[in-house]
Design a protein around this ligand. Structure first.
Ligand SMILES: [Zn+2]
Length: 269
């Protein structure tokens, strides 16, 4: 699933072709995943200019003239493509925005979990999201404040988009490894030094992954180079790059989770 670095890469790649363009028409081929329903959404977007394109958590956000936002969530297998006039149509096109440049922005999605919203603001569509982990206001003490008083295991807590926005399975596992925290550790049992390490690890891992254009593990998300540098994610049975112990796969909250048993010892009960 695309996480913050992959979504950021899409935003940076597609922004130059989108900003300043007008939406001429919108069409969905998988109507169930558009809110509000297709005709209402299309009417709200038609003739509007795309004034800015950015990212919030794992959402791609198009800011339209008139004040509405278009949110695109790629979920499991979504990706953006350009539909160029006269070119062959990519596979799995689920939605298309025709622009006044003559190009079409396409949401391609093999597994059809991707979602599109047209709304007055982000919260109206998807509820309140937690802070952006790369925002300057996201300090170690801001993270500590969000963890304090919670009594959940740290991994599911970090995956909760209302706690921190943008982390998914890959970068949570990587961040916990670099912070040397076991994913089952209860958030209220973390020492201040562990929270500081976790904060630094999250930011470093995400910055590195953006620099590498994200992680390409299968054909769904193309072009990333971060998979070559992953420390634990997807490396079960391989030696830890830090200590040589074999990386272990376990389930945490139904998510495949990867840990170094030596670098990330389980907390005592
Ligand atoms: Zn290790």
């Amino acid at each position: 699933m695309p996480e913050l670095p992959e979504v950021e890469t899409f935003v940076r790649n597609f922004r130059p072709g989108l900003v300043g363009r007008r939406i001429v028409a919108f069409e969905s081929h998988w109507k169930r995943n558009v809110r509000p329903r297709e005709q209402v959404a299309a009417r709200a977007m038609r003739g509007k200019q795309i004034e800015a394109v950015n990212r919030r958590g794992k959402l791609i956000v198009l800011h339209l003239s008139g004040g509405k936002v278009v949110l695109i969530h790629l979920r499991m297998s979504g990706r953006l493509e350009w539909g160029e006039p006269g070119a062959a149509e990519p596979r799995h096109v689920r939605a298309a925005w025709r622009l006044d440049s003559g190009r079409r922005l396409l949401l391609c999605d093999a597994r059809k979990f991707g979602r599109i919203w047209v709304a007055d603001d982000i919260a109206a569509a998807v509820g309140t999201l937690g802070p952006e982990p790369l925002d300057p206001h996201f300090t170690a003490s801001a993270l500590a404040a969000r963890l304090a008083g919670r009594r959940r295991q740290i991994k599911p807590l970090l995956l909760d988009q209302s706690v921190v926005a943008g982390l998914g399975n890959i970068y949570t596992d990587e961040s916990l490894f670099y912070a040397r925290i076991h994913p089952l550790t209860r958030s209220d049992r973390l020492a201040p030094g562990q929270v500081r390490r976790l904060h630094a690890a999250i930011r470093r891992v995400l910055r590195t992954a953006i620099d590498r254009h994200g992680t390409t593990i299968d054909w769904i998300y193309p072009g990333g180079r971060m998979q070559r540098e992953l420390a634990v994610y997807g490396r079960a049975g391989e030696p830890c790059r830090r200590c040589g112990a074999l990386i272990v796969a376990l389930r945490v909250g139904q998510r495949g989770t990867h840990v170094c048993p030596r670098c990330q010892p389980a907390a005592e009960r």
